[in-house]
Design a protein around this ligand. Structure first.
Ligand code: FAD
Length: 396
C-alpha cells in the first residue's frame, strides 16, 4: 500500500465515524499517529517452536556495583540487573569500566558472557584495555537469550526496604547512558535494536478498579519506586478510541518501545569484541578466591544470577520467567499486551510471555525452577488466539 492509499484509507475510516467521534478522534489522535495495516498474529499452539524458561537476576538491594579486593586482584562487580539487564547493560558497563580503569590496567578480565559481560567487555575495549572474557557458557547459552528483550529499564530493580538511598540516581544515570549507547545500533542491517509500536488492549476501562488479589501466604514484595525520571527520552502513551484502532476490544493504548533482536545483536557484539582483539576463555569458577590466580589483576565480575551460589550473595532472589516463541512473522511489526500476556514480533519469532496479574505476588517471584512449562506456554498462546479469532476481517 503506498502513501496515497494509506491516506485514502484513513480518511475513509474517519468518514465512517459519527460527527462526535470524528471530532474526538481528531482531537486525541492526529492522522499521522493512526494505526494502519495491522497484520494479525497467527497465534496457534502448533506454531510454538521453542519455550525458554529462565531466572531473572533480581537483587533486593539493586544491582551490585561495588569494588572488592580478592588477594591482589581488584574485582569490580556488575550483576543483579533483575528484569532490566538488556536495557541497562551499556550504562552499567560504562560506570563499572570507569572504576576498573582507575588503576590504568593494560589488561582486564571480564567474568561472564551474558549481555552484561559482553557490553562490559566492549566498553573496556573502547577504554583502551585488552580484554579476556572468562565464562562457563558462550552468549547463545546464557540466561540472557531466554529473556523477553524489550526496553524495560525499570523492571523490578530492588525492594523498597533494601535499596540504597542513591539507587534512583544511579539507575537514572545508567539508563540514560544505555539509551545513548543503543542509538548507533538502530537501523543497522538485521535490525539488532529496533523500535515497534506496542498496544495495551483491554475489555474494561484501564482505570476500572481491579479485584483484590487472593491473600498471599508469604509477604508480597514492595518494589523500590523509581518515579517518572525518563519522560524526556521515551515516547508517551496514547489512548486510542475504539473507532481508531483495529483490535476487537473497546479499550486500547499505544506507545512505541525499543526492543532487541537477540541473534543479530549478539552476533554483532561478539564480532565487534573479536575484531577489537578480544579473547574468550571457557572456564567455570567455583569460589571467588580463584579470581586471584588470573593473570589479569583488574576483573569485572558479571555472573548474573549465578552470584547467588558462586558469591553466596543472599540478596539475590530467583524470579522465574518464561517466554514462548512462535514461527516468525516479518509482516507483523508491533507488540501488544492483553489479559496479562505480552506478544512481540521479533526477527527470530513471535515472542509471548505471561507477565502475571498486577497486585499480589509477582509471577515467578522466589521460584528457581528453569524447566519449560508447556501448559503455561499454550495458555499464553490461546489468549492471543482467542483475541485474533475475534478480529473481523474487514477491520484488518
Ligand atoms: C523471562 C525474562 C524476561 C526478561 N525480559 C527482559 C526485558 O524485556 N528487558 C530487559 O532489559 N531485561 C529482561 N530480562 C532480564 C535480563 O535477561 C537479565 O537482566 C540479563 O540477561 C542478565 O544478564 P547477565 O549478563 O547479568 O546474566 P547471564 O545472562 O546469566 O550471564 C551470566 C554469565 O556469567 C557466566 N557465569 C556464571 N557463573 C559463572 C561461573 N561460576 N564461572 C564462569 N562463568 C560464569 C555465565 O556462563 C554467563 O556467561 C528478562 C529476564 C527474564 C528471565
Amino acid at each position: 500500500m503506498d502513501r496515497r492509499d494509506l491516506l485514502k484509507n484513513s480518511l475513509a475510516g474517519l468518514a465512517g465515524l459519527s460527527a462526535t467521534a470524528r471530532m474526538a478522534a481528531a482531537q486525541t489522535v492526529p492522522l499521522m499517529d493512526r494505526p494502519f495495516n495491522i497484520a494479525p498474529i497467527r497465534a496457534h499452539v502448533d506454531r510454538i517452536t521453542d519455550i525458554k524458561s529462565c531466572i531473572r537476576p533480581f537483587r533486593t538491594k539493586g544491582p551490585r556495583l561495588d569494588v572488592e579486593q580478592i588477594g591482589n586482584a581488584m574485582v569490580v562487580h556488575n550483576y543483579g540487573h533483575s528484569g532490566a539487564g538488556w536495557s541497562l547493560s551499556w550504562g552499567s558497563a560504562d560506570m563499572q569500566v570507569q572504576k576498573a580503569m582507575s588503576r590504568s590496567p593494560k589488561k582486564i578480565a571480564v567474568i561472564g558472557c551474558g549481555i552484561i559481560g559482553l557490553t562490559t567487555a566492549l566498553m573496556a575495549q573502547r577504554a583502551g584495555a585488552q580484554v579476556t572474557i572468562y565464562t562457563k557458557e558462550l552468549f547463545q547459552r546464557t540466561r540472557s537469550v531466554r529473556a523477553n528483550g524489550s526496553w524495560t529499564p525499570a523492571s523490578h530493580m530492588a525492594l523498597a526496604s533494601d535499596a540504597p538511598s542513591d539507587l534512583g540516581d544511579t539507575w537514572e544515570r545508567m539508563t540514560r547512558i544505555s539509551w545513548k549507547n543503543l542509538r548507533p545500533y538502530i537501523g543497522m542491517a538485521g535490525n539488532p535494536v529496533a523500535f515497534a509500536d506496542h498496544y495495551y488492549l483491554s475489555d474494561t476501562p484501564f482505570d476500572a478498579p481491579v479485584a483484590p488479589p487472593p491473600p498471599s501466604p508469604v509477604p508480597v514484595p514492595e518494589y523500590y519506586e523509581l518515579g517518572n525520571r525518563l519522560g524526556d527520552i521515551t515516547p508517551k502513551m496514547q489512548t486510542l478510541s475504539a473507532e481508531l484502532h483495529p483490535f476487537p476490544v473497546p479499550y486500547a493504548r499505544r506507545t512505541t518501545r525499543l526492543f532487541f533482536n537477540f541473534s543479530e545483536y549478539g552476533h554483532l557484539l561478539i564480532s565487534d569484541f573479536y575484531a577489537a582483539g578480544g579473547k574468550m576463555v571457557m572456564r567455570n569458577f567455583h569460589s571467588p578466591g580463584e579470581l586471584a590466580h588470573l593473570p589479569e589483576k583488574v576483573i569485572i565480575n558479571c555472573p548474573g544470577y549465578a552470584a547467588h551460589d558462586w558469591w553466596q550473595d543472599k540478596a539475590m532472589v530467583p524470579h522465574r520467567g518464561q517466554t514462548e516463541w512462535l514461527i516468525p512473522q516479518p509482516e507483523v511489526n508491533y507488540g501488544l499486551t492483553y489479559r496479562n500476556v505480552e506478544a512481540l514480533s521479533k526477527s527470530d519469532g513471535v515472542m509471548m510471555i505471561d507477565i502475571g496479574a498486577r497486585g499480589g505476588m509477582p509471577k515467578g517471584y522466589g521460584m528457581s525452577n528453569e524447566v519449560p512449562d508447556r501448559a503455561e506456554a499454550e495458555r499464553a498462546v490461546r489468549v492471543m488466539e482467542e483475541l485474533f479469532s475475534r478480529f473481523p476481517s474487514h477491520r484488518i
